[in-house]
Design a protein around this ligand. Sequence first.
Ligand code: VGL
Ligand code: ZN
Length: 203
Amino acid sequence: MKVLILVDIQNDFLPGGALAVPNGDEVVAVANRLMPEYELVVATQDWHPADHQSFASQHDGHAVGEVISVDGLEQILWPDHCVQGTPGAEFAAALNTEGVDHVIRKGTDRMIDSYSGFFDNDHRKATGLGDYLKGRGVTAVDVMGLATDYCVKFTALDAVGLGLSVRLLTEGSRGVELTPGDCNAAIHQMKEAGVRIEGEESE
Ligand code: VGL
Ligand code: ZN
């Protein structure tokens, strides 16, 4: 079964959003074009409570971009984003959500972030996506969306870890690039883990 995972194509990750991914809006048209080619389309949605501990606003004396320890885990501090029920957390208006079969919300536990659509950042809890795919006999997934160097990367890596055959659709992915080179490094890391990169010959 051809399965597409659309990662976090939400207003706050688009230009003008709270955690804007440069050119993030360009992935919407790619998603809309590709969805009809797939039998199953799953979309992940970053869905934080307003007091999520990945937000710099929750930590006096700390700023966006700093790395601190939260509940024993290293956490990059982000601007408030994708707060449950706010416009920023909604899927991009131009995304054809009618083509989406299933939505997985993540990052709902205030104490731990969840870049991956499968598990939180410490693999303490599963989101249900792994079981959902397993229950449908899915063995391979294509992954695309926002952001290449965070949620797309960790979703792809966890998919590999669950034994799925994974392909990254670079055309449909854009990165935050907090540091220049982060996207290339993420792609390299995915490749090393066994993710096939769209458009590249596999050896
Ligand atoms: C993301 C940072 C924080 C992402 C989500 O979708 O890549 N990045 N929350
Ligand atoms: Zn988030």
